[in-house]
Structures are given as structure tokens and as C-alpha cells.
Design a protein around this ligand. Structure first.
Ligand code: NAI
Length: 328
């Protein structure tokens, strides 16, 4: 039998955690032949709720679930971790300034980065879901100097999946017919979903759609504001779709992306496409089953350039703000 892979989920008692843990335990994160050991990290007052979720995981009798540990201690949670899903974060509340939000999250992601640095397995892969995800990933990475920065990523796969469905609907096809879509930049309202390099059944998506008014007035804002639209409709934020995207991100990273296609993930920039080095920004990426690689050589129109630059500028501002606060 294979040795179980240790998967740590922070914010495990939250709503994404509730949608995520059962899919990890049933084999969707890594593959249906890979046993997993779950580590649930929560703040002390939420430990009891995490225990309740663990009881339900037990009650599923998942053949691949090798064990569950629950803790409020980051060091214990990340000791020997192979896959770390950092979901728990401090949400923005009414009247909160950006500096307060970044400080509160620095208080979470700095010690978690340190704990990953101290105890993670050599092959550790980290996905930050908790917002502001890109900058939280930057904070964690900067406190884990012994872990390659390429192992710290932030999630834009939900934006990618949202864009895929919106484009498929517009083109009158299914998501199976859409490839090579890209989310660039920050997981925020400035993100840029790029259809100029995307394909609909192998044909250039922007040419198939041929509707700049739809692109600017409908598609881009619909994708960017989808989170708010879900809250408005459901009375709660997107959780199952966010959990699904986290599963997709890690599955693609570990098991590879299909030949000829790519996905979107926020990774530390190597300077590609003029994104300042070190910024954790979303790119078109492939994986051969291990490491992300930025797809090179894509044509970037003036329209795309200005959208990418605006989102990257926001990330640079966030980086400068956390630097000024002493968080990185
Ligand atoms: P939630 O509020 O239901 O759950 C968050 C959980 O994190 C809570 O149980 C809380 O106790 C826990 N937590 C807080 N601080 C912690 C710490 N220091 N260590 C461990 N656990 C801690 O929130 P939900 O809906 O599960 O969302 C989680 C995060 O994911 C939010 O920041 C949300 O904005 C973000 N998100 C990101 C998306 C993306 O596409 N990147 C999409 C949807 C949500």
C-alpha cells in the first residue's frame, strides 16, 4: 500500500472546509488511488466544530482516509505536510481599512509560513485560498525561506472556471470545447480574464465571439463580480465552487495539465510578461506533474496589456503595503 499523503487544511471548520474535506478524503485532490492523512487546523473556539466535521468524515468510511488530526497549533498542523491548503483567513469587516485587513492576515500567514518552513516535507505544495489570497501567499512564502518560492501559490482557478462557463455559454458550446483560457493578475475585481488567447473548439475565442461590448461590459465584470453575485443570491459566499477550484488547482499541479491546454494559477513571477519578479500573480500555467511553468510567448494586445498592468499594479501596491507594515 502507498504511504498516505499528509494534507493540511486551515479554516477546516469553515464553509469551504466543509465542502473541501469530503472531496479530499474521497480521492479527488490527488487521485483515487492515493491515501490521505488529514490535518485540520482551526482557531481554538472552532475546534469543536472541526471535531464535528471529523466525526462526519469518519462516518463516510472513506477507503482512502488514513487518519484525521485536529489542532489549533500551526507547528503540529504542518509537521510533515505534503499539501497545505490555507483556507482560513481574516475577512474584511465593515469599516476595516486595507492596512487593518493586511495586518490581521499577516498575523495568520506569517506564523503559518514559519511553521511550514520548520516542519513541512521536502515536496510541500501550498495553495492559499483565504483572501487577499495573492498577498497572503506572499506573506507566508516570505517566512519560509527554506522552501522554494515556487511552492507557494494562490487560487485563481475559481475565476478560471467561472470564465470558462461564461465563455462557453456565450459561444453556445460546453466547457469541454473551451481551452487556453487565462486569468491574469490578482484574485480581486481587477483580475483580467483573457479570451484573446483562448480557443473554442480550436478556433480563437475572441474571433468566435466577436463582441467587444460583451467582453468589456458583460464578460469581464461578470467573472470579476461573481463572488458578490453569489452572496446576493445565496445569502452566503461561494463555498462548494471554491472548494472545487482548490481541488482542481492541486490536482493539475500534482498530476499535470492536458497536452495543448493550460490553466490559471497565481505563482511567484519570474518576470514573465513584465510582471515584477516575486509578485504572486495569476498566469497561464502548465504542469508536467510537479512544478508550474508559465506559458511563454503569448501575444498580448494593447487592451490586454492595460488590463494586466492594472491588476499587477494593485498587487505591487499590496506588496508595498505589507512591506511597510513589516509583514514581509
Ligand atoms: P468561513 O468564515 O466559513 O471559514 C473560515 C474559517 O477559518 C473559520 O472556521 C475560522 O475559524 C478559520 N480561521 C480563522 N483564522 C484561522 C487561523 N489563524 N488558523 C486556522 N483557521 C482559522 O470562510 P470560508 O467561506 O470558508 O472562506 C475562507 C476564505 O476563502 C475567505 O478568506 C474567503 O474570502 C476565501 N475565498 C477565496 C476564494 C478564491 O477564489 N481565492 C473563493 C472563495 C472564498
Amino acid at each position: 500500500a502507498r504511504t498516505p499523503v499528509t494534507v493540511t487544511v486551515t479554516g477546516a471548520a469553515g464553509q469551504i472546509g466543509y465542502a473541501l474535506l469530503f472531496r479530499i478524503a474521497s480521492g479527488h485532490l490527488l487521485g483515487n488511488d492515493v491515501p490521505v492523512r488529514l490535518r485540520l487546523l482551526e482557531i481554538t473556539p472552532a475546534l469543536k466544530a472541526a471535531e464535528g466535521t471529523a466525526m462526519e468524515l469518519d462516518d463516510c468510511a472513506f477507503p482512502l482516509l488514513a487518519g484525521i488530526d485536529i489542532t489549533d497549533d500551526a507547528r503540529a498542523a504542518f509537521d510533515g505536510v505534503n499539501v497545505a491548503l490555507l483556507v482560513g483567513a481574516r475577512p474584511r469587516t465593515a469599516g476595516m481599512e486595507r492596512g487593518d485587513l493586511l495586518s490581521a492576515n499577516g498575523g495568520i500567514f506569517k506564523p503559518q509560513g514559519e511553521a511550514i518552513n520548520a516542519g513541512a516535507a521536502d515536496d510541500v505544495r501550498v495553495l492559499v485560498v483565504g483572501n487577499p489570497a495573492n498577498t497572503n501567499a506572499l506573506i507566508a512564502a516570505s517566512h519560509a525561506p527554506d522552501v522554494p518560492s515556487s511552492r507557494f501559490t494562490a487560487m485563481t482557478r475559481l475565476d478560471h472556471n467561472r470564465a470558462k462557463t461564461q465563455l462557453a455559454k456565450k459561444a453556445g458550446v460546453t466547457v469541454n470545447d473551451i481551452t487556453n483560457l487565462t486569468i491574469w493578475g490578482n484574485h480581486s475585481a481587477t483580475q483580467y480574464p483573457d479570451i484573446f488567447n483562448a480557443k473554442v473548439n480550436g478556433r480563437n475565442a475572441a474571433e468566435v465571439v466577436n463582441d467587444q461590448a460583451w467582453l468589456e461590459g458583460d464578460f469581464i465584470p461578470t467573472v470579476a463580480k461573481r463572488g458578490a453575485a453569489i452572496i446576493e443570491a445565496r445569502g452566503a459566499s461561494s463555498a462548494a465552487s471554491a472548494a472545487n477550484a482548490a481541488i482542481d488547482h492541486v490536482y493539475s499541479w500534482v498530476n499535470g495539465t492536458p497536452e495543448g491546454d493550460w490553466v490559471s494559477a497565481a505563482i511567484a513571477s519570474d518576470g514573465s510578461y513584465g510582471v515584477p519578479e516575486g509578485i504572486i500573480s495569476s498566469f497561464p500555467v502548465t504542469s508536467n506533474g510537479g512544478e508550474w511553468e508559465v506559458v511563454q510567448g503569448l501575444e498580448i494586445s494593447d487592451f490586454s496589456r492595460s488590463r494586466i498592468d492594472a491588476s499587477v499594479a494593485e498587487l505591487v501596491e499590496e506588496r508595498d503595503a505589507v512591506r511597510a507594515l513589516g509583514l514581509i
